[in-house]
Each structure stands twice: as structure tokens, then as C-alpha cells.
Design a protein around this ligand. Structure first.
Ligand code: NI
Length: 177
């Protein structure tokens, strides 16, 4: 349908809490999800939240393909998650590198719950209930943060671990996500 412009850090629309979706049958919701998908794919992102394209609704999308260069990162099936609720599975926290399409060209080391249960709805209003760990749990927490007006740099504990991707990971040609 359409590739939309992704808002960048500094835009106040990224700092606002999103509203829950109430009408799962609306054509606007269907169009939003297609646009988010097209936009995420065009930028090779691992995830996208509706506020990143200026829509204040609780809709996120994520997908991680297996990549032979990163065998430790497990694949995550394409998931549309609406009105999500996150529950940590334990007190365990892990630090990991993150990027964001709204913070292009940068990476930061971010603490996240090692495992989370996420509940919500898919694009057709069917309920979703998954318990996940590792990179999958990290991606979900990153995307759901966008629905609460939180960008990953706001969670970095030590800003010495925040910088330009090409400097932190030279030669790896990492995408924004
Ligand atoms: Ni992001």
C-alpha cells in the first residue's frame, strides 16, 4: 500500500502514550498494518510501532529472520500485536545491543527482562499469549516501549555504551532496527 515516513528521535509524537485499538474490523486498522509492514520491510527493520509512523494506536509489528551471520539470534515469526500487555517471567535482566529505525545509524546497550509473557490481539482480533526469552523478548519489549513514549536510549544505563553502529561494529554492515 504505502511506505510511510518513520519519525526520528526528537519528534514529540514519539514521546506520547498510544491509545488502545477498539475496532478490529475497521479498514483504517487494516491499512495501518499493511503500511507498517511495507515500511518495516523497506527499511529492513526487525520491528515497528504505530507511533513511529505518527499513528497513536497500540499496534506493533515484529519479525526476525534467521541469519547465518548471527546464529545465536533465533527467528521470530511475523507478529502483529495489538493492545499488548507484558509480564516479566522472572527478575532476570540481560543487557543487549539495540538499534531503532527512529534512531538511525546508532546502537546502545540496553537492559531488558530476559523473559516475558506477552498477551494481546492479532490483526483479526484473535488473542495472542506467548512466553518468550532472549532476542524475541527483547524485540517485544523494545516495540511495546514505543507505545509508552519510551525510546531505547532512555533505558541505557551507561551512555559510554551508546554510539554509531559503524564505529561500534566496524565492517559488520548492520541494519537499523
Ligand atoms: Ni524502535
Amino acid at each position: 500500500m504505502a511506505i510511510r515516513e518513520v519519525l526520528k528521535m526528537g519528534d514529540p509524537r514519539l514521546l506520547v502514550s498510544a491509545n488502545p485499538v477498539e475496532d478490529f474490523a475497521s479498514i483504517e486498522l487494516a491499512r495501518l498494518i499493511v503500511d507498517m509492514h511495507d515500511t518495516m520491510r523497506s527499511l529492513n527493520g526487525a520491528g515497528l510501532a504505530a507511533p513511529q509512523i505518527g499513528v497513536g494506536l497500540q499496534v506493533v509489528l515484529f519479525e526476525v529472520d534467521t541469519n547465518p551471520r548471527y546464529p545465536e539470534v533465533e527467528a521470530v515469526p511475523l507478529t502483529v500485536l495489538i493492545n499488548p500487555v507484558l509480564t516479566p517471567l522472572s527478575d532476570e535482566v540481560e543487557e543487549g545491543w539495540e538499534g531503532c529505525l527512529s534512531v538511525p545509524g546508532m546502537r546502545g546497550l540496553v537492559p531488558r527482562h530476559a523473559g516475558v509473557r506477552y498477551q494481546g490481539f492479532d490483526a483479526t482480533g484473535q488473542s495472542i499469549d506467548r512466553s518468550v526469552r532472549g532476542f524475541h523478548a527483547r524485540v517485544v519489549q523494545h516495540e511495546v516501549d514505543h507505545l509508552n513514549g519510551v525510546l531505547y536510549p532512555m533505558r541505557i544505563r551507561d551512555l559510554r555504551h551508546f554510539g554509531f553502529t559503524e564505529i561500534l561494529f566496524p565492517g559488520q554492515n548492520l541494519q537499523d532496527d
